[in-house]
Design a protein around this ligand. Sequence first.
Ligand code: OXD
Ligand code: MN
Length: 589
Amino acid sequence: MTKNTAVLNWLEEMKNLVKPDKVVWIDGSKEQADELRAEACATGEMIALNQEKLPGCYLHRTAVNDVARVEGRTFICTSKKEDAGATNNWCDPKEMYAKLYKLYDGSYQGRTMYVIPYSMGVIGSKFSKIGIELTDSIYVVLNMLIMTRVGTAVLEALGDSPDFVKGLHAKKDIDEENRYIVHFPEDNTIMSVNSGYGGNVLLGKKCFALRIASYLARKEGWLAEHMLILGVEAPNGETRYICAAFPSACGKTNLAMLIPPEIYQKKGYKVWCVGDDIAWLRVGPDGRLWAMNPENGFFGVAPGTNLKSNPNALHTTERDTIFTNVVHNLEDNTVWWEGLNKTPPTNALNWKGEKWDPASGEKGAHPNSRFTAVAKNCPCISKEFDSTTGVPIDAIIFGGRRAKTAPLVYQSYDWNHGVYVGSAMASETTAAASGAVGVVRRDPMAMLPFCGYNMGDYFAHWIEMGKKIPHAPKIFNVNWFRTDDEGNFIWPGFGDNMRVLMWILDRCEEKVGAVQTPIGYMPKPEDINIEGLEDEGITPAVMKDLLSVDKDLWKEDIKGVKEFYAKIGDRMPKELYDELDKFEARLHA
Ligand code: OXD
Ligand code: MN
């Protein structure tokens, strides 16, 4: 498939290590993918679903001990520990290579090595980056074929360059005690062993497009971020783009695919999805920040996805989708998950493949069950999805789940203040997760588990980037999750979040004023359109409440920010301490 000596030499070394029975190059053709699907169905690795109702759709179950990303076993191995920083697990690269090589030794015996050349971003774009993943799992191959751009064309684009990210994955025994997801950013290398779960094994996604890419981005002067990208098209046909970073379980995929409320639809507004999870951002020749989605599909959480929360996501999964760890409805050979509708199937298997009785009170789908779906099957996919340059960004939004502290929306005073807002991002745990309710977890820019280097250096890089973007996006913070005294969400969320996006875009165009508060610029309650929300209980008085700022809560929150900064240590940029001081002074004024 290639004459590239860097690729061939590395492949030879890896073959000698894992000792596969045979090697298969993934060429990206439909014929090869069909053969692999047939093989996976023959061995039971995948189940073909009802091809009339769900054409091209399959079900897969992971091992029961292998259902999520494993942050405790995820490592950033830089030569110097400080370069990985206090928020990453670290090990000396030599020591880690030695440990891993022992684990990989002979691990492919009796198995096939699949060689997957893939591109993050449109093949051949100067903003894209190439990786090669070696895996012993057909499930990984078929997921990578959806999530990335794969095949011969990628090798042609690589030519004889040694500039590619090396990824070695081995399912081995799915042994939790010896599960490792390891990044060697200085060597452009990722090694994943003893897992078969998406986030740990689809190496293009979190491992490459965030951890390795964030490291490369700092070196090369751009940003790799855990952000969705969406476009809002106005009735005059002009589209403006927004990026948003939220921690997991805060609705990134839902916002990325939102359906505007009727009042906006009638006027001719449309929302287009460019990406739901990852954005690579660069300064364009016009001095604006441009974003592209390096992925080619969506690896979304199934539970809670339904016709109200996210009809676009649901329709995306109606064909060419791999479902993982959802309920298998034996009645018509389809799938189900909690929150899809109110009628769970009665003749069904749960995510473990056991006979399941919905009346038992046990969940049928795993809470982290997933769909791997083709981006181009999304009804609201942007026409810029395949753009080689990406889209220009007007606004960056940070957000989290805060019951009381953060208001519905506010705007930072300037770039550095916006970086402060991102660095202070936090989310509260919910009753849905085990552990105490309402515990604040800091997750700066939603990158805590995904930053491939020292978080202090990461913040400093954001500050530096601000100096290089003459027409930088404005930075905002949103909170869809304020609750009343009974703990009910006040804001209706979902499509109605468009109303907040409209204020944000109006601010970017300086079409609307704002109130100056200690936390930033805020809308006057009447500046957010609440027409048609009476039935949801949204009145001007409620808007006032959603936009109120309790200084005491913010003073308390600052204590958590200071603790977090102290943990990062001496690489925290002075500019953020200055922002913290200014914020405190505003709160005490
Ligand atoms: C995540 C994901 O865990 O996108 O953030 O899967
Ligand atoms: Mn994510």
